[in-house]
Ligand binder design. Structure first.
Ligand code: ATP
Ligand code: MG
Length: 563
């Protein structure tokens, strides 16, 4: 399929690729990569990058996308993160096939290329410590100062560098630096470090190395070695591009990838920085990386977001160079759209009041046949029990109805969803004066089933469950994690202070249709009139049903903010 036929919106990067293809550049290949650092879990921003890169590989004929672990920092990386990243990419619907690589696969080549730079007089071993390097670097207005080692003879550099590899020197004694331009207007070009000494085991290479390459050096070589045609990254790397090209050229890489930058995804009311996310986990402000309030891919998954909803979201926000903040409601709208189409319907009561139908025969049970999805008979049907006692939600009753309240109140009628019309005859209160029970009559001439045809026009329809057959469930009502729209811009203490105290409300004894207990973990439902929910991935079982609210039926946040 050609690009224009598929037409997923020709953003500026696709336009560059199309032009390259027209000009026969890269022999007509499109090879991209997603290069996470395995030092945390993926978040919704990474999802944008995954969908875009793997999406390009899918859309262009013969396109390829690598999943490459950028494991150049042995101090912070972990196997656990790698497995989680693989799981998340697969779950989002993408497959790297045989193209799973690690920066550490290429350590020997990186090393050899560094020797080449030394031999060409383009790199030197520097003995300045971190603090001195910083003070020598200069500022935007002030040129840098050369290291006293800048003109160390080539042979001496080579000898020192080889001894660095052998482990003769402790951490921090030497670095290898590129010899570029200490007075460059671009500070990245002021003799950046290429290698640092770290006597630390690496989770893949063990103790083979005590010398680790810097990201700015390893990344372009890695791209070149894998034949990446378009190396797509976020805008903060724009100023690193001259350095990227410098390494590719001077290391005499055969293949020359092109770096292209786009703006990162920012979403309000949440944070997309691994460091801040880690602060939330380590400070126990959330249960873990997959807490359903986290903007991590595993958190969104546990919350009940679907892969399609996240892919659609990423497609919708598009790719550009403009820095924007996406409104959280857009993320929610996409999951609502998907679940409206695909989630099975169910009746659940969160805060039950018992309703006794005084004129309904005691001991009688009827089963109402209803569709699992009103527009999709192919999703099957089920039978819901009905008897003399049902539960409705406390919200659906008002003793003194306000104007426009069409649900139940004394003397008023309401229809039970898929069932009879009932009328409230009496309100029973407990010792504290709280409504304990409603005594109602039902109209046996009204119908039941998917669309009761009895000609009775009743303004209110309420959801309910049969009190004699329902089961109890825990329902976790999630809301936004932050009350501040821009928590990412706050420092650590301030952003913790902006956590939404109502981001999780646990309902311990919700009443559910009996069939719901058999729901598979991670299956999705619309609890009618309440929202979209999913059976919790970890805690749900038929003995102990647990559901998470993914999203409300409508955008209630905006309304609450206006009020
Ligand atoms: P963080 O800043 O949260 O630590 P990172 O950029 O260091 O994230 P990496 O693991 O290096 O995390 O990211 C892997 C890829 O995902 C990179 O190509 C990066 O550009 C991209 N990426 C990270 N965050 C976003 C974002 N918010 N929007 C789009 N792409 C992103
Ligand atoms: Mg990074």
């Amino acid at each position: 399929m050609s690009e224009t036929e598929k037409s997923p919106g020709v953003n500026f990067i696709r336009a560059i690729i199309n032009e390259d293809l027209e000009n026969g550049k890269n022999n007509g290949h499109v090879v991209v990569r997603f290069p996470p650092e395995p030092n945390g879990y993926l978040h919704i921003g990474h999802a944008k990058s995954i969908c875009f890169n793997f999406g390009l590989a899918q859309d262009y004929q013969g396109g390829e996308c690598y999943l490459r672990f950028d494991d150049t920092n042995p101090l912070k990386e972990d196997e656990e993160y790698q497995e989680a990243i693989k799981r998340d990419v697969h779950w989002l619907g993408f497959d790297w096939g045989p193209r799973l690589t690690h920066a550490s696969d290429y350590y020997e080549i990186f090393y050899q290329k560094a020797e080449l730079l030394i031999e060409k007089g383009l790199a030197y071993v520097c003995s300045l410590n971190a603090e001195q390097v910083r003070s020598h670097r200069g500022t935007l207005t002030e040129t840098g100062k050369a290291s006293p080692d800048r003109n160390r003879p080539m042979a001496e550099n080579l000898d020192l560098f080889r001894r660095m590899r052998k482990g003769e020197f402790p951490d921090g004694t030497y670095t290898l630096r590129a010899k570029i331009d200490m007075s460059s207007g671009n500070i990245n070009l002021r003799d950046p470090a290429i290698y640092r000494i770290r006597h630390t085991s690496h989770h893949r290479t063990g103790d083979a190395w005590c010398l680790y390459p810097m990201y700015d050096y390893a990344h372009p070589l890695n791209d070149a070695l894998e034949g990446i045609t378009h190396s797509i990254c976020t805008l903060e790397f724009q100023d690193h591009r001259p350095l990227y090209d410098w390494f590719v050229d001077n290391c005499e890489m055969e293949h020359k990838p092109q770096q292209i930058e786009f703006s990162r995804l920012n979403v309000n009311y949440t944070v997309t920085s691994k460091r801040k996310l880690r602060t939330l986990v380590e400070g126990k402000h959330v249960s873990d990386w997959d807490d359903p309030r986290m903007p991590t891919v595993c958190g969104l998954r546990r919350r009940g977001y679907t892969p399609a909803s996240l892919r659609n979201f990423c497609e919708r926000i598009g790719i550009s160079k403009k820095e924007t903040i996406i409104d959280y409601s857009i993320v929610e709208e996409e999951v609502r759209n998907d679940l409206n189409e695909n989630a099975l319907r169910s009746l659940v009561v969160l805060d039950p009041i018992k309703v006794v139908l005084t004129n309904y025969p005691e001991g009688q049970v009827e089963w109402f046949e209803v569709l699992n999805h009103p527009q999709k008979p192919e999703l099957g049907q089920r039978k819901i029990p009905f008897s003399r006692e049902v539960y409705i939600d406390r919200d659906d009753f008002l003793e003194t109805p306000t104007k426009g309240f069409f649900r139940l109140s004394p003397g008023k009628e309401v229809r039970l969803r898929y069932g009879f019309v009932i009328k409230c005859e009496e309100v029973i209160k407990d010792a504290q004066g709280h409504v304990a029970e409603l005594r109602c009559s039902y109209d046996p001439d009204t119908g039941h089933g998917q669309n009761p045809k009895d000609g009775r026009k009743v303004k209110g329809i309420v959801h309910w469950v049969d009190a004699n057959h329902c089961l109890s469930a825990e329902v976790r009502l999630y809301d936004r994690l932050f009350i501040d729209p821009a928590p990412g811009s706050l420092d650590d203490e301030q952003f913790i202070a902006q956590l939404n105290p109502n981001s999780l409300l646990v309902v311990k004894d919700a009443k559910i249709e009996p069939a719901l207990a058999n729901a598979a973990p991670e299956s999705h439902f619309q609890f009618e009139r309440l929202g979209y929910f999913c059976a919790d991935k970890e805690d749900h079982s038929s003995k102990n049903p647990v559901f998470n609210r993914t999203v409300t039926l409508r955008d209630t946040w905006a309304k609450a903010q206006d009020a």
